[in-house]
Design a protein around this ligand. Sequence first.
Ligand SMILES: NC(=[NH2+])NCCC[C@H](N)C(=O)O
Length: 224
Amino acid sequence: MSAAPQIQPKFLPDRHDVGIVAVGFSGGQPKAGVDAAPMALIEAGLVQQLEEDLGLNVTFDGQVHSYSELLPADDPPHRNMKRPRFVSAVTQQVSDQVYQHAKEGRLVLTLGGDHSIGIGTVSGTARAIRERLGREIAVIWVDAHADLNTPETSESGNIHGMPVAFLTGLATEKQKDIFGWLEPHHLLSTKKLVYIGLRDIDKGEKVLLRQHGIKAFSMHDIDR
Ligand SMILES: NC(=[NH2+])NCCC[C@H](N)C(=O)O
C-alpha cells in the first residue's frame, strides 16, 4: 500500500480512526460465496496493512459475523421478498455495529457480503451523522446496479436489489421484523444520492430514478 492520505477530512475528528465491521453474509441473494470475502481480505493482511502501512488506528472486534444465530426457524416470502426476516435481522445488527463506530467519529469500513448489507451500513451511518453533526448524509453509490427495487418492482425477489429503496423510504414496511425497524433517522434523501457506473437497471428502477429525479451517471456517461 502507498502512503496514508494527509488531508484531514472535514467531518471526522481524527482521520486515523477507522472502525471495521466484517459481515460474512450472502442471504440477500441465492448464491453462497460472497460471505467468504471478509475472511479472505483479513487473512490477506488487510488490518495489518491499514495499521502498519497507512498508520491508522483500527478498532475491530476481530470477528467475521455470520449471524447464524439470527436465522429464523421459518422465513416465508413476504411481499415477494425472499428470506425477509433473516435479512432484516442481519441488517439491523449491522446498522447498530456501524452506528457504534460512526457515533465515535470513526470512519467505518464494512467488509461484505452481498449488497443487502447496504441497508445496515447506510442506515447506521445516517443515524450517527444526524446525531453527531446534525446533518443528513450523502451517498455516492458506485455500482453496476441501482439496487432501487421495491418489493413490488423487483423481478427476482432478492433483497440485494432493494437496499436503496428501503434506505430512501421509497419502500416501507410496517412489520418490525421485516425492515419496519428503519426509522426516519436511518434514512437517506433521494436528493443526496448519486449513482456512478450503472449498466444494468430494471424497468421499475428506471421509472423510480426518473420520478424522483435521482442523479445517475451510467457506464455510457463514463465511457464518453
Ligand atoms: N447488488 C446486486 N448485485 N444487485 C443485483 C440486482 C439485480 C436485479 N436488479 C434485482 O433486483 O434482482
